[in-house]
Design a protein. Sequence first.
Length: 404
Amino acid sequence: MEFFRDANIDFLGKKWYFLAFSLVFSVAGLFSMLFWHGVPLGVDFRGGTLVYVKFSHPPDDNAIRAALGKVGLTQAKIQRLGVAANNEVLIDLDVRETSEKALDQGKVQIINALETNAPAGKLDLNNTSSLTLANYLLEKDPLRAGSDASQRYAAVAKAIVDYRDKTKGGVLSSFVELKAVADPAVVAALADGFFLSDFGVYQVEIVGPQVGQQLQSQARWAVVYSLAGMLIYLGFRFEWIYGVAAVITVFHDTLITVGAFSLANKEISLTVIAAILTLIGYSNNDTIVIFDRIRENLKMMRREKLSEIVNRSINQTLSRTILTAGLTFLTVLALYVFGGEVLHGFSFALVIGILIGTYSSIAIAAPILVAYQDWRGGQRGASVALPAGKGKAAAGKGRVASGQ
């Protein structure tokens, strides 16, 4: 299947338009990273506390933000989790300690902020541990349990908490619901000492600052190693200038992708780094396809200028590029639209990266080869063609050398 049969588009003739396009987006991203949003690192890299909250109704982000602001949590970040019907939000707090105290601190801060109408002297059953519940029941002793009261109420408390968290999703809406797992006397005792809020904190996670710094270092080295490996591979597979062109192209793609995150103020997490590494491989693969066709055409079009050979090669691979990139783009676009908040950053990086990676293989990598030939020819005072294989000399003045 071909979209473009016998295409003859002068891509190199439009290189200055491509350069202007790349400069605009690269500079915009750099300015955003340097002077505006910076590089918005996620909790994986900067450290912090993540508090997962389940609501009994669709949460209002503005109301949550206002409630957090009243208790001094003005820097907290709120994001939805999963599908809207789950009524779940993730609250990112700037609490970077790594102790058990920090876990409790984050949970208590959120509970205190969101419990705006708590009755005096009552505990919140939706945010109560099984131990607290068991101690309360032991004190009230609604079942007149006798000598085995401690074990019996511990089992009752565990059954109630499990029912709340596993069956009801972390939030009870009525004490009547507890009759499915507890004696009516227990339910009546709980109604006397507890109330039901409209939310429940069901999980708290911490990433310490040292771990975040280590992950930052590992992410940077992962990108550096992938670029170095690409340069070495293409140096052996083609010529060193091919490797240089591919590395410059991938650096261009990565810069624009990270710049897009900065411009959109989207956090860069570990999954985003995975997407960027995927992008490096994808963009490199597309570039190699064009480079390979250039090398094949160098053997058959010895008397042609390199610019004409490169243009011909890009046009010959254009259908393949459109088909491959188009199908991949549709897949990641569906992931971005329907994948949910957890995969949002990952899929956003791939959506931007596939568009830029496909564009740069044509508009950045190939013109670099021609620019190198023009520079080398100027240095030697003659039109010297770019060699396509190691140890092969140019076939003569104004002629292009054959491939490996």
